[in-house]
Design a protein around this ligand. Structure first.
Ligand code: ZN
Length: 106
């Protein structure tokens, strides 16, 4: 989560930097700076949107686990990242590690 916040902020920083470069390009009448600035704005904007939607997606998954716990489904911990998963899942929803190891004795 902390990592996502950092990525989100750096996305904003790139966006802000792009706007700044565009302002400078206007003052300097430089087409090259304008090009760099608009590229940074677009990259920052896309970055912020992608990171934000990824973040929401992960939050949804965590909420889902909470609801499944309430429903009485068996939750197993991923051996790789130690996060909760539903027993029926084959792969960890957080890191993608395979969960199906030794569930026979349950
Ligand atoms: Zn995992």
């Amino acid at each position: 989560m902390k990592n996502y916040r950092f990525m989100f902020l750096s996305g904003f920083f790139i966006l802000f930097l792009g706007i700044l470069v565009m302002i400078i390009s206007y003052l300097e009448n430089s087409f090259l700076l304008f090009f760099i600035g608009s590229f940074l704005v677009v990259a920052g904007f896309i970055g912020v949107i992608v990171i934000q939607s990824l973040n929401l997606f992960i939050k949804d998954k965590e909420l889902e686990i909470e609801n499944l716990k309430k429903l009485g489904l068996t939750i197993v911990k991923c051996e790789n990242c130690l996060k909760d998963n539903v027993l029926e899942d084959q792969y960890c929803i957080h890191c993608g590690e395979s969960l199906g190891k030794d569930n026979d004795d349950l």
